[in-house]
Design a protein around this ligand. Structure first.
Ligand code: AQP
Length: 393
């Protein structure tokens, strides 16, 4: 079995970036075992053995076990409105399902419903050196944006990567699909595993503690590998996903929930007329000679073409380019808006159905949390035994 874990923060309405860069990828992986934007398909480096073959069992069938969570504990590392957090959390979970995450094939749960996340994060906080976290680029960036640190940010923002490590390690996840911006956090998780296993999971006394607790005396954590969802997209025969969807008002900054300007993003639940209006008003350029991809001086053109391609994943890049290359913005924009509306329409319809049946959504989340909790508790126990805690009998 190969375990995959990923999540999105319920920090607002999910947008095309979250959908194309994460959720649509998860759906593809759930259904095919491959990511759109990953032509190598398994995320492994050249020459690397498949995870299932590590023990020499060549040819065995790899079963993927997928966990997709709504990471509400991460969301509160920046201030959230308590009147909105629950709604954003349920909306995010419903959107996973509406987008194609099938609760029969994947586990969907809310991070805070599985208390082991917070508990393991505490243990790891105490086993992780301060200066490892001080190096984290995302912390430095977010702290700067929030006013430079001091009393403007919470301690949680600083230890965010440790919580992320706990999320991954609890499920002994082998592969973690992340964007390039999360690579450093993934590396940190690997460092934490090595240090923890080395410090606490060796020697006869460890073996004895494991024996008393009824556990096999193996290292507490599996070292996870990043599956970087790489820029540009484009698997064989299709344009695939895009790694980074940029803002509609500035082609050089990423589309983001926290951008105060709603016109900078297409929310997955925006009605068709709003989508058309946002595309009509989005930033373009005045280059003559049609629309083109990958001209560094034309970030908006690349972004809009990327979106056009990503919402039609089974058409090739060449085919799409042939279709639009001679067009003026005024011709291309309605085409783009139509393609987005056509792609999101069925998701929005399914979303309304899922939200109309709160009992179903709650059931899925409860089942997901129970399944997650079972695995998470096993790892948490192993970590506690390794650190020498008394385990209740
Ligand atoms: N613009 C984007 N393009 C491609 N992928 C994106 N993701 C986010 N924005 C884009 C992917 O969505 C997943 C979950 O993101 P997150 O909610 O955990 O945090 P984020 O990356 O910080 O997302 P936002 O929308 O920018 O939120 P705020 O504004 O609250 O910080 C990740 O897989 C991410 O790569």
């Amino acid at each position: 079995t190969r375990r995959i874990l990923s999540g999105v923060q319920p920090t607002g309405s999910l947008h095309l970036g979250n959908y194309l860069g994460a959720i649509m990828q998860w759906v593809e992986f759930q259904n095919t075992g491959k990511f759109f934007a990953d032509p190598s398909s398994s995320g492994k480096e050249d020459g690397e053995e498949d995870a299932a073959d590590d023990d020499g069992d060549g040819g065995i069938v790899v079963v993927n076990e997928n966990f997709f969570c709504v990471v509400d504990l991460h969301a509160i590392t920046m201030p959230q409105d308590p009147n909105e957090l629950e709604e954003s959390t349920l909306a995010s979970a419903a959107l996973y399902i509406a987008a194609g995450i099938d609760p029969e094939k994947s586990r969907v749960f809310v991070q805070s419903h599985v208390p082991a996340h917070a508990e393991l994060a505490w243990l790891l906080n105490c086993a992780t050196p301060m200066n490892w976290l001080e190096r984290m680029i995302q912390y430095k960036d977010k702290a700067k944006k929030a006013g430079g640190g001091g009393d403007s940010i919470g301690v949680g923002l600083f230890t965010y990567p440790v919580l992320m490590a706990a999320d991954i390690l609890l499920y002994q996840a082998d592969r973690v699909p992340v964007g390039e911006d999360q690579r450093q956090h993934l590396e940190l998780a690997r460092d934490i595993v090595r240090r923890f296993n080395n410090e606490y999971c060796r020697g006869n006394s460890y073996k004895a503690r494991c024996k008393r607790a009824g556990l096999a005396s193996r290292p507490a954590f599996t070292e996870p590998e990043a599956m970087i969802i790489s820029p540009g997209g484009g698997g064989d025969g299709g344009t695939g996903g895009v790694a980074r969807v940029m803002s509609l008002t500035d082609g050089t900054s990423k589309m983001s929930k926290s951008d105060p300007n709603d016109n900078s993003r297409i929310n997955v639940l925006d009605p068709p007329d709003v989508i058309r209006e946002k595309i009509k008003r989005c930033k373009t350029d005045s280059f003559a000679g049609g629309i083109e991809w990958d001209n560094p001086d034309r970030p908006e053109a690349t972004n809009l073409l990327n979106i056009y391609a990503a919402v039609q994943p089974h058409r090739s890049r060449e085919e799409l380019y042939e279709e639009v290359k001679g067009m003026k913005w005024g011709d291309f924009k309605p085409l783009l808006a139509d393609a987005i509306v056509a792609h999101l329409g069925p998701i929005q319809k399914r979303y309304a159905e899922v939200r109309a049946d709160e009992g179903y959504l709650r059931r899925v989340l409860n089942e997901g949390a129970n399944a997650a909790d079972e695995i998470a508790q096993r790892t948490l126990k192993a970590a506690k035994v390794a650190m020498g805690f008394s385990i209740p009998k």
